[in-house]
Design a binder for this molecule. Sequence first.
Ligand SMILES: [Zn+2]
Length: 287
Amino acid sequence: MTRRNLIPLGLAAPAFLLFAQGNNDWDTPFPPHKVAGNVYYVGSQGLASYLVTTPQGHILINSSFERTVPLIRKSVEGLGFKFTDIKILLTSHAHGDHAEGTALIKELTAAKIMVMQGDEGIIESGGQGDFQYTNKDWKPCKVDQVLKDGEQVKLGGATLTARHTPGHTRGCTTWTMKVRDEGKELLAVIVGSPNVNPGYQLVNNAKYPAIADDYAKSFQIWKSLEADIFLGAHGNYYGMLEKVEKLKKGGAGNPFIDPDGYRSYIAEREQAYLATLAKQKQAAGSK
Ligand SMILES: [Zn+2]
């Protein structure tokens, strides 16, 4: 979830508004496209989903909202792949805009549902138990496998590594994967979310006491990753629209290969986190 499209619970917005007021590009269809090697973008304009294809079936990352699933299906089929060949569903983090459609994907494909520890309860209860938001009306979905930091997910020659990067949610996950593209081996990194949403309490958070430490640890992980291909839970993390424009114009090089963009995004997000933390510490101290 991006920072600007959420209403903190404290403002008591009606539940139906929580996700209805999202970015207006969340429901905008977007042309599916190849990122590199066997990694494809199959999300809406504002909600990133990725398909990793293999000869033994495919891995989908992010179901998005339940209402997004038909759009993802269309994108997968538009690329010439079978939606029912999806064998594994992974998630960036258990907020509605990335995970509400989990049960529907399971129903349509019988994919194995793998979720990072800390987020599994939200998926299994149908959106309950987030420290910040109440999510209503998700269909609960059984989690087939709970993942730990560093655990690998393998299918048909593809290996994804789950990095536990909590803070944004307790089980926020950054996916990494080696991709072969035009003879080169590249590290793709799908950032789970480094964002401190409006209303997030980094200091004295009774529901999530370790939140600030978790963000700090996650930034260490993000800074340690030598990303070649920079991706994320929303396209706006990595300038998806501009990069797709570059792709359309042709020219040399793959625009998604952007190690500098990755580093500067993480550095900027860390500064934003530190600034919010300092402000909240000061406010707590002056009470
Ligand atoms: Zn989110």
